[in-house]
Design a protein around this ligand. Structure first.
Ligand code: ZN
Length: 670
């Protein structure tokens, strides 16, 4: 195929650094819109079965890249490539729910320091600030719920645009609607009743139109607009319903249009990577460091990867390379396609066609992520994981193990649905339902560590000790060196009568990977059972510095602190627990005793008066209350001493007999 660029590259660019001393550059305001989960064939003038007038209007006045590629068919790593200009091996993110290296320079930082007003409005938790893309944006309007609609995000972005800007703007808006589940609002729901996915795309396009109109209306100087997909959607192609597991055109090829001053119009069919958005925006802002896509699109091998099956299940790592018409997907072996003759990638030419030298070199050089290198950030709580699961993103429980018999993802398509279902149920804690699903996966892929380990964990959670141990044993056979296997086994042992074996394992896990919440919690309990109260206290305090403690945990800490005479800590723990538990607080006796010892007599009186007669420590409460009565010079002290005597048990009878306050009430100390 001819690498025809239907438009010539532009030679003239008044924003280049050279002559900026004479003519101060007029820097354009830049709008970047990313369309989540949008297939290249679902939007634009050649899309079938859907109307996208707003995108088409941009294509008519700008440069449409008909063969743009995502670097990863997942939201966060794909956006990370756009914001850093790097492939995943460069920025280190291969999956969602990881955190970007804080040392990597980001596009918005560059523009902000060059005097741009920067703002971002994103629509999914997957892009929340905590994952690292917010740096350099003065406003980073993210969401902590799973997602928000394009209309809502547009409303907020327009509200921002209506505020006058003194400087040129960089505005990034991300739309998430096309992501599953597909539930477009009216009128798109009815209009696209047969294809709700396209209905979502059409709805997003309508919001894109509103956004572009507002951006142009409020801009002071020249403008540039970039609209790109972050990845596509399988919709059943090659057996994949959504995205992330395979590297075919349906999920890797994305829409991409560029409008700007000096940007020629027309269609470019040279393959390009969306990572070049980084260089293109820098170029538009006059900060060019590498050629962007506003100039001639010079041919290169465009790369991409889909590592989720490798990172989650230990299957073959999967890399894609495109040069001209040729595309190779490398996963254990190469598949070779001619995209001009066979855009649906139905005919693998591997037996007859040799990949180009450039593609072969690029694939050989492509770095495969080290297993275990990327772990979910420990600041991701249970609720966050559930949110991600609700979007279909469930990362593996364990780092992958490279194995000789690793299957190719495309040969395991029949399991994708089962795995997604099982992983989702697992995160939601539906352990009874996940067991048959993971058993099915294990039957088809017996060396799948993730499935074995999750089976073991599910049995453990359900209290099925024998099958849990059997699965942990299998996991150990599959991955004798795996720290994850040791950790999950230790968590299981810590719950049962073999808890003493768990102690050294938990200590090792905590030393190797500090701050993992379940490990710390199990370790605190094990130390309590070992009678190492001070170490247990230190561990609980560490846990509470990482997350909010519950009332029950504070009670536990209070009891521990009392056992080693840490009165101040005990008092503080019980008082905070009472604040959290309200009427459910059942430790007024301990609280009263501690308050009395701290000479906070009024508070002690209130606490002791709350102890119910049915409380097993009621005789102690009466004894302490009588002491207080004397100390507070209450009128009924004699009656209270009498009551304490009458209701005394073995413990308090002796204490009362020896209590000096009771022997001569009139001569009590002041
Ligand atoms: Zn996405």
């Amino acid at each position: 195929m001819a690498l025809s660029i239907l438009v010539s590259g532009c030679a003239r660019n008044e924003h280049r650094g050279g002559d900026s001393a004479r003519t101060p550059p007029v820097r354009p305001s830049i709008l970047l819109v990313t369309l989540d989960t949008t297939r290249a064939d679902a939007v634009g003038p050649s899309a079938r079965g859907v109307e996208t007038p707003a995108f088409n209007a941009l294509a008519a006045r700008g440069r449409l890249f008909s063969r743009a590629y995502a670097t990863v068919p997942e939201t966060l790593p794909s956006h990370a490539s756009m914001m850093t200009g790097l492939y995943p091996a460069g920025h280190g993110l291969h999956e969602n729910a990881r955190t970007l290296d804080p040392a990597l320079p980001l596009l918005a930082e560059r523009l902000q320091s060059a005097g741009y007003e920067t703002a971002a409005f994103v629509s999914s938790f997957v892009l929340a600030r905590r994952f690292g893309l917010g740096r350099g944006f003065e406003i980073y309007d993210d969401v902590e719920q799973a997602e928000r609609t394009a209309r809502e995000t547009t409303d907020r972005a327009i509200e921002h645009l209506e505020r006058a800007a003194q400087k040129p703007r960089l505005l990034w808006v991300h739309y998430f609607d096309a992501h599953a589940p597909y539930a477009p609002p009216e009128p798109f729901r009815s209009r696209y009743a047969k294809n709700p996915y396209l209905g979502e795309v059409a709805e997003v396009d309508q919001q894109l139109g509103r956004l572009v109109e507002a951006f142009e209306r409020t801009a002071k100087g020249p403008i540039a607009i970039l609209v790109a997909g972050d990845h596509g959607e399988g919709l059943g192609d090659h057996g994949e319903s959504q995205h992330g597991n395979l590297a075919y055109e349906s999920t890797m090829r994305v829409p991409f249009v560029l409008v700007g001053p000096d940007v020629p119009t027309g269609v470019v069919d040279t393959p390009v990577s969306v990572r070049r958005i980084f260089h293109t925006v820098l170029g538009l802002a006059g900060l060019e460091s590498a050629p962007g896509l506003q100039g001639a699109a010079s041919p290169e091998v465009v790369l991409g990867e889909a590592m989720k099956p490798f990172l989650s299940y230990g299957w073959q790592p999967q890399v894609m390379a495109v040069e001209g018409a040729q595309k190779v997907i490398s996963a254990g072996r190469n598949e070779v396609y001619d995209l001009v003759a066979d855009p649906g990638e139905a005919k693998d030419l591997a037996g007859t066609v040799t990949p180009s030298r450039a593609i072969r070199t690029a694939l050989t050089d492509y770095p495969i992520p080290a297993p275990g290198a990327a772990r979910a950030p420990s600041n991701l709580g249970e609720e966050d994981r559930k949110k991600l699961a609700s979007l279909g993103y469930v990362s593996a429980g364990a780092a992958p193990v490279v194995r000789k018999d690793a299957p190719r993802p495309i040969d395991m398509v029949r399991l994708f649905g089962v795995m997604e279902k099982a992983s989702g149920l697992f995160v939601r804690g539906e352990y009874r339902q996940v067991i048959p699903l993971f058993e099915k996966i294990r039957a088809e892929d017996p060396h799948n560590l993730d499935a074995v380990l999750r089976l073991a964990t599910a049995h453990s959670a359900l209290g099925n000790d024998a099958p849990a141990l059997r699965m942990f044993e299998k996991a150990r056979e599959l991955a004798p060196e795996s720290a994850d296997v040791r950790t999950y086994l230790a968590l299981h042992l810590a719950k049962g009568n073999r808890w003493e074996e768990a102690a050294p394992m938990l200590e090792k896990s905590e030393a190797e990977d500090p701050g993992r919440m379940p490990v710390l919690e199990a370790l605190a309990r094990v130390r309590e059972r070992q009678g190492r109260a001070r170490e247990a206290i230190a561990t609980w305090q560490r846990i509470h510095s990482l997350r909010q403690p519950s009332g029950a945990e504070l009670v536990r800490l209070g009891v521990l602190a009392m056992s080693v005479q840490e009165t101040a800590l005990a008092l503080q723990s019980f008082e905070t627990a009472r604040g959290l538990q309200g009427a459910g607080f059942a430790n007024d006796l301990e609280l009263g005793v501690l308050l009395l010892a701290s000479r906070r007599y009024e508070d002690a009186r209130l606490a002791l008066d709350r102890v119910k007669a049915a409380h097993p420590g009621y005789p102690m409460a009466l004894f302490k209350r009588a002491q207080l009565s004397v100390l507070l010079r209450e009128a009924d002290q004699a009656a209270r001493i009498e009551l304490a005597r009458k209701r005394a048990d073995a413990t308090t009878r002796e204490l009362i007999a020896r209590e000096r306050l009771f022997q001569n009430p009139e001569a009590r100390p002041q």
